[in-house]
Design a protein around this ligand. Structure first.
Ligand code: 13P
Ligand code: SF4
Length: 389
């Protein structure tokens, strides 16, 4: 196999510097209203009202309360991708979420619509763990190993548009935490029983879905380390694996541990542990219920009063669920885990600036995927949207 080439990974402070190919942080110019401005809520309301149906505000479940208040719809990344496409009449989509979600919204909406991300530094550290040059190197290594014609690349929605386009070009698809099982079932049927999946960029979602939902063993899964030649794998490991898991993870969900689940069970009687599949395998195997953000919300909404929950997902959502369901006892799985710092970059001052700029006729912070990337990313996204369920 070939050696992996080195790929630059600039470490830019969030919101400063410039690296348009990265989710890691870019300049975010423009005047921002101070967070202490007591009129912010009124300003957001007035700007949104002035824009009327011209604007459609999408809010991911991990966004702050102050932002969710102005969202026309809320959802996980799967639901928001579909919702974005369902409002062709809106001139502007203001995406309160992170960069890869806004890119998907741009791809799925018409060219007459513009997608705005209120803070361009709202990227995703997981998405940054798979860069196109690294994935192309990995693919070349799989070609040299003689297995690439049996490999189907599947990327989690949490990846940049060029990675989605790579999957589209190579016969693969996109998945979200809501439909990962269906997407893997589809992918594994593409080249008969010897099919392998290259799963990007979240090793945990790939492993948890393969083992817990498709009945594979942990030995069927190997981890491709993009920083090592040939992924750090021996040829026989690549030949025998069914799942080639990219070495990426979520910096929030990856922090929950099996130990913390054991501790909460010992300390809290009748607790039900409910976690997102981006958590490590040792966490999901100890949990009572595992599922996407929408799944987590549905479980809580359907539970009887008095249910005790320890929830392992982003803190903004857990707090909102706890506030909306005082009849249940809802706690955060691990109090040492923080908010998603990039999701949290979208705050009321950034939203107000975006809405007021649009109302004044200035379209700032537009997310626009180049046409060649968009063409192939659309192929991968449409394959996903046509999957059953
Ligand atoms: P979902 O929205 O698919 O549940 O993903 C969670 C997440 O980490 C989004 O960044
Ligand atoms: Fe990325 Fe994790 Fe934050 Fe989602 S929660 S945006 S996957 S770092």
């Amino acid at each position: 196999m070939t050696a992996t080439s080195r790929v630059d990974l600039p470490l830019l402070p969030l919101g400063r510097g410039s690296d348009p190919a990265s989710e890691r942080g870019v300049d975010c110019p423009g005047d921002l209203p101070p967070a202490s401005d007591p009129a912010l809520v009124e300003r957001a309301r007035a700007a949104k009202q002035a824009l009327g149906d011209r604007v459609f505000v999408l809010g991911h479940h991990y966004q702050r309360d102050e932002v969710i208040e102005f969202a026309d719809v809320t959802g996980d990344s799967f639901k928001l991708a579909k919702d974005a496409a369902a409002r062709p009449d809106a001139e502007f989509i203001v995406f309160c979420g992170v960069h890869f979600m806004a890119e998907s919204a741009d791809i799925l909406t018409s060219s007459a619509q513009q997608v705005v991300l209120p803070d361009l530094a709202a990227g995703c550290s997981m998405a940054d763990m798979a860069r196109l040059a690294q994935v192309e190197d990995a693919w070349d290594a799989l070609v040299d190993a003689g297995v690439a014609d049996r490999v189907v690349p599947v990327t989690y929605m949490n990846s940049s548009a060029d990675i989605k386009a790579f999957c589209g070009r190579h016969g693969g698809t996109v998945c979200t935490s809501s439909n990962a099982r269906t997407a893997l079932d589809w992918a594994l049927a593409q080249h008969g029983p010897d099919t392998k999946v290259l799963f990007l960029p979240d090793q945990h979602l790939g492993r948890n879905t393969a083992v817990l939902e498709l009945g594979m063993s942990l030995e069927d899964c190997v981890v491709w380390n993009p920083h090592r030649p040939d992924g750090g794998l021996r040829p026989e490991q690549v030949r025998d694996a069914r799942m080639l898991l990219w070495q990426g993870h979520c910096s929030v969900h990856g922090r929950f541990t099996g130990e913390v689940v054991d501790r909460i069970r010992a300390e809290v009687p009748y607790v039900q542990v409910l976690v997102h599949p981006e958590c490590r395998h040792e966490v999901v195997t100890r949990a009572d219920l595992v599922g996407s953000t929408e799944f987590i919300i549905r479980q809580v909404e359907a539970a009887p009063p008095g249910t005790v929950w320890a929830i392992g997902t982003e803190l903004n959502l857990v707090r909102r669920l706890a506030a909306a369901h005082p009849e249940q006892r809802i706690m955060f799985l691990d109090k040492t885990v923080c908010f998603c710092s990039t999701m949290n970059r979208i705050d009321l001052p950034h939203l107000v600036r975006s809405l007021e700029s649009l109302a004044a006729g200035r379209v700032e912070n537009v997310i626009e995927v180049d046409p060649a990337t968009a063409e192939w990313a659309t192929v991968a996204l449409e394959r996903m949207l046509s999957l059953p369920g």
